[in-house]
Write a protein that binds this ligand. Structure first.
Ligand SMILES: Nc1nc2c([nH]c(=O)n2[C@H]2C[C@H](O)[C@@H](COP(=O)(O)OP(=O)(O)OP(=O)(O)O)O2)c(=O)[nH]1
Ligand SMILES: [Mg+2]
Length: 130
C-alpha cells in the first residue's frame, strides 16, 4: 500500500478558510481541499508546508501552529496528513495551478465536499472557530 506524508495548511482570515479544488483526474479529484502536498524525503514538514503554499497559492507563511494529525486509508492510498493553522502570512492566496478557489466561512464548511479524511478537520475547526 502506498503511504504518503502530506503537509496541509488551513489558511485562516476573518473566520474563513482558503480552499482549492483538486483536479478532476487527481486522487480524490473534484473535491475541495486545504492547500498542501507531499513531504519530500529531504524536507521537514514545516519546510514542505512553506514550499507547497508558495507553489500552490503563492503566500509566504509568517506564523503557523500544528492543529492535528490524521491517518486515513483510502483503500488505494494511505495518507498521513500533518495539518497546520496558517493565520499569519504575506501575499494574497491565489491558486497557481488553475484550480478553482474560494474563501469559505468556517461555519459553513459542513456543506462543502472534502475528501473523507477531512471530516475530522472540519469538526475541529467548527468547534474552535465557528
Ligand atoms: N493537500 C491536501 N491533500 C489532502 C487533503 N485531504 C486529503 O485527503 N488529502 C490527500 C489527497 C492526496 O492523496 C494527498 C495529497 O497529495 P497530492 O497528490 O495533492 O500531493 P502534491 O500536492 O505534492 O501533488 P503532486 O506531487 O501529486 O503533484 O493527500 C487536503 O485537505 N489537502
Ligand atoms: Mg497538493
Amino acid at each position: 500500500m502506498k503511504l504518503v506524508h502530506v503537509a496541509v495548511g488551513v489558511i485562516i482570515q476573518d473566520e474563513s478558510v482558503f480552499l482549492t479544488r483538486r483536479h478532476s483526474d487527481a486522487h480524490q479529484g473534484g473535491k475541495w481541499e486545504f492547500p498542501g502536498g507531499k513531504v519530500e524525503s529531504e524536507e521537514t514538514v514545516a519546510q514542505a508546508l512553506a514550499r507547497e503554499l508558495k507553489e500552490e497559492v503563492d503566500i509566504d507563511i509568517l506564523a503557523c501552529q500544528p492543529l492535528m494529525e490524521i491517518n486515513h486509508d483510502y483503500g488505494d492510498k494511505q495518507v498521513k496528513l500533518d495539518i497546520f493553522i496558517v493565520d499569519q502570512f504575506s501575499g494574497e492566496p491565489s491558486s497557481q495551478e488553475g484550480n478553482e478557489q474560494q474563501w469559505a466561512s468556517i461555519s459553513k464548511l459542513g456543506a462543502i465536499e472534502f475528501p473523507e479524511a477531512n471530516l475530522a478537520i472540519v469538526e475541529k475547526l467548527t468547534a474552535l472557530y465557528a
